[in-house]
Design a protein around this ligand. Structure first.
Ligand code: HEC
Ligand code: HEC
Length: 325
């Protein structure tokens, strides 16, 4: 019996490892890739007309979301989905709102650069332009050489996407009030947040999908009502658009709730303006019947998942203009 409980405990631990910052054991190449990726993340030369960087839509102060329902691309193609935050993005296997076939962050970064539905940075068919533009810059020449010595510092869309991946893997958010509670035994600051925590992990069962410590199970669910009043929203079929399997229709990946207080509006279509709207929008079978006070308590708990260290960390901010080398 005791052995069984022990085994279950180990399994749970194995399923969700603690969120950890990149180690100081990075090789010099990895360190250089992170530094390079940071510069690229803030560089509008990655867009067709030089108007849009990754950071245009992913703002650090908003936990790398942007505050709009959807963000139009560099050529004004209207955005389709809400910009998600990027906290702990390196811990996800499934990337974006509804995709299960991306090999990782490097492949994902090709979507904003080359995607056509919608056009975001507009580089489809202009990939070679990236190497040409960045190659003229002496600092980039040095950085690419340090980051990719085995590729002789080649500046192309593949090395660009790998550097972006290395930088984004450092986006670790694990210093919220919730983390101070679990790691240092500090109680949550208010009774309301404490009651919210109890509900979240207890009667309201939010934790079944928004599973700690990531506050996402990295899996797909349909939580919108089966017969929505707003048919327009249903034009986004979610996962089935990728897999072609009708069973995957309207499935979306559970978003992490870390820093959710900073990433309004919500849902894949940005249709929920506030956290209360976002919670109420789940099908009643998911949230049962939460009253006003319970929703307030859940929001107080979600507030305790905000991490000011993460949004103010100078490591993630726009780098100084001067070349570090
Ligand atoms: C025009 C706005 C815009 C720009 C520019 C943009 N993104 Fe995004 N990003 C989005 C949207 C919208 C999504 C959600 C896409 C979806 O679900 O289909 C997203 C999703 C992501 C995700 C997946 C997040 C998750 O929760 O799984 C990552 C990682 C990401 N973007 C990184 C980048 C990088 C790196 C760049 C620059 C090369 C970039 N983005 C440029 C809007 C943008
Ligand atoms: C069955 C799985 C499931 C359960 C249970 C669940 N959620 Fe969700 N939640 C999701 C999914 C999936 C989405 C994204 C929906 C979409 O965009 O289509 C979501 C979205 C959200 C969002 C919006 C986040 C964002 O960044 O857009 C919030 C806030 C939220 N849920 C809170 C809660 C709370 C609080 C509970 C408990 C009362 C809960 N959820 C229960 C799966 C679940």
């Amino acid at each position: 019996m005791i052995k069984n409980i022990f085994t279950i405990g180990i399994c749970l631990l194995a399923a969700q490892p603690a969120l950890q910052a990149q180690s100081s054991q990075d090789t010099p190449e990895q360190k250089a890739q992170i530094e390079l990726g940071r510069r690229l993340f803030y560089d509008a030369d990655l867009s067709i007309n030089g108007t849009m960087s990754c950071a245009t839509c992913h703002e650090q102060r908003k936990a790398f979301a942007d505050g709009n329902q959807a963000h139009p691309g560099a050529l004004d193609d209207p955005g389709k989905r809400n910009v998600p935050g990027l906290a702990n993005i390196g811990a996800f296997k499934n990337l974006t709102w509804a995709h299960n076939r991306l090999s990782g962050l490097a492949e994902q970064s090709l979507m904003p650069m080359r995607g056509t539905e919608p056009v975001e940075m507009g580089m489809n068919g202009h990939e070679a332009e990236i190497g040409k533009r960045l190659g003229q810059n002496e600092c980039y020449q040095k950085l690419f050489l340090r980051a990719f010595p085995n590729k002789k510092g080649s500046i192309d869309i593949n090395t660009v996407s790998r550097a972006l991946e290395s930088f984004q893997k450092t986006f670790v958010s694990n210093q919220s009030l919730y983390d101070q509670m679990t790691e240092k035994g500090k109680p949550l600051p208010t009774q309301k947040a404490q009651r919210g925590k109890k509900l979240f992990f207890g009667a309201a069962k939010c934790n079944t999908c928004h599973r700690a410590p990531l506050f996402s199970d990295d899996d797909f669910h349909q939580v919108q009502p089966k017969n929505p009043k707003n048919e327009d929203r249903m034009r986004d079929n979610g996962l089935s658009d990728v897999t072609g399997n009708p069973k995957d229709k309207n499935l979306f990946r559970t978003p992490s709730l870390r820093n959710a207080a900073l990433t309004a509006p919500y849902w894949h279509d940005g249709s929920a303006k506030t956290l209360a709207d976002a919670i109420r929008k789940h099908d009643v079978n998911v949230h049962q019947t939460l009253n006003h006070q319970e929703i307030d308590e859940l929001i107080a708990f979600i507030d305790a998942l905000s991490d000011t260290t993460f949004v103010n960390n100078p490591k993630y901010a726009k780098p100084a203009k001067e070349c570090p080398y």
